[in-house]
Design a protein around this ligand. Structure first.
Ligand code: MRU
Length: 349
């Protein structure tokens, strides 16, 4: 699998995910503003991937700051950070990455602007490299929950394309396959951006993992008929009580899973857990342009002027989540204490 995003000297390249699976095109960003737009327009998407892109965007932005004084540099950097934070509101990984980059600047008050810029580039590259390792660890921990033979439902794309590589939910599936298990995947198509049909199916087919796409509304039908053994999704933000924000449609799958006695797992890095947010109701849910629903690939499908509502995420209450798989531990209810423990010493696995 080619990398989702890469730093090349004075530019950042990312796969243009809007073009997949038909075309594999690189989208080039030369400045902070290019990355903000790429995130807003879904060139790159998926919580960890937009965190990495944001970090690289801050490193690119640092290059364009003309101020030679530390105070002046820091003020401009903070302004850029605010712009980056507005790109997409739900995935906390974006804020996490921007805060990590800002902390890097804060810790270098006695250094030259040149040194700070260099350090920021290294930090962004570390965030990318660490993310891949974290996903592999999530995979190793998560695959233990998968039976030797299993049909797994997933929603949206929480794969290599949504991360630095390997994936979170798809990382668990990949690790299960690597452990010699016989896994099959049902991928929800995931309206309106079709991340399941376009991206998850593409990734799994590349890895020769059997995949069948279903429409979002078919999940209950297949669960009720005993065709799905477990569900694994990613997450955009996990509140301190274990409520999970993820792609719109996740909530109904989780409710259906409980109704049908099917385990519902969430795989996510610790950076997705937001202990500042007590419960899911406080998570900002991005509302996207309604035309993403009524216009499909430049073709208007609905009647002229039709109104549509387009929340990009929903919140799944913790009571529907069987376990949260992180790089440090598989957390089971009660989530409040388990999630808090994860962040007490996040580096110690
Ligand atoms: O709108 P998207 O495509 O950015 O939404 C992505 C998701 O909802 C993913 O499930 C989530 O970010 C986890 S990705 C590892």
């Amino acid at each position: 699998m080619v990398p989702t995003i890469r730093w090349l000297d004075n530019k950042v390249e990312m796969i243009d995910q809007r073009k997949l699976p038909h075309r594999l095109e690189w989208y080039t960003c030369r400045g902070h503003g290019d990355i903000v737009r790429a995130i807003e327009k879904m060139v790159i998407r998926g919580a960890p991937a937009i965190g990495i892109a944001a970090a690289m965007g801050m490193a690119l932005g640092a290059r364009s700051i003309k101020d030679r004084s530390y105070r002046g540099f820091r003020a401009k950097f903070r302004k850029m950070a605010d712009g980056m934070l507005r790109a997409r509101p739900t995935a906390v990984n974006l804020r996490w990455a921007v805060e990590r980059m800002t902390r890097t600047v804060e810790g270098m008050a006695d250094r030259s602007v040149e040194e700070i810029r260099h350090r920021l580039e290294q930090e962004a590259e570390s965030i990318l490299a660490e993310d891949i390792e974290i996903n592999k660890e999530i995979g190793r921990k998560g695959e233990k929950l998968i039976p030797r033979t299993a049909t797994i439902l997933t929603h949206c794309n929480a794969g290599a394309l949504a991360t630095g590589g390997y994936g979170t939910a798809l990382g668990v599936i990949r690790a299960a396959k690597e452990a010699g298990k016989s896994v099959k995947v049902f991928a929800d198509e995931t309206r309106p951006w079709l991340q399941g049909l376009r991206l998850t199916a593409f990734e799994l087919m590349e890895d020769r993992i059997p995949v069948q796409v279903i429409v979002d509304s078919a999940a209950g039908y297949f669960m009720r008929n005993g065709k799905i053994d477990l569900v694994i999704t990613g997450a955009d933000r996990i509140a301190a009580n274990g409520d999970v924000a993820n792609k719109i449609g996740t909530y109904q799958i989780a409710v259906l899973a409980k109704e049908n006695g099917v385990p519902f797992y969430v795989a996510a890095p610790i950076s997705t857990v937001d202990l500042d947010i007590g419960s899911g109701g406080q998570i900002p849910v991005e509302e996207r342009d309604p035309r993403e629903i009524s216009i499909f690939r430049n073709h208007r499908i609905g009647p002229q002027g039709v109104k549509a509502l387009n929340p990009a995420f929903d919140i799944t209450p913790a009571r529907y989540v069987t376990a949260i798989i992180t790089e440090k531990a598989v957390v089971k209810p009660p989530y409040k204490s388990g999630l808090k423990k994860l962040q007490e010493n996040p580096r110690k696995a």
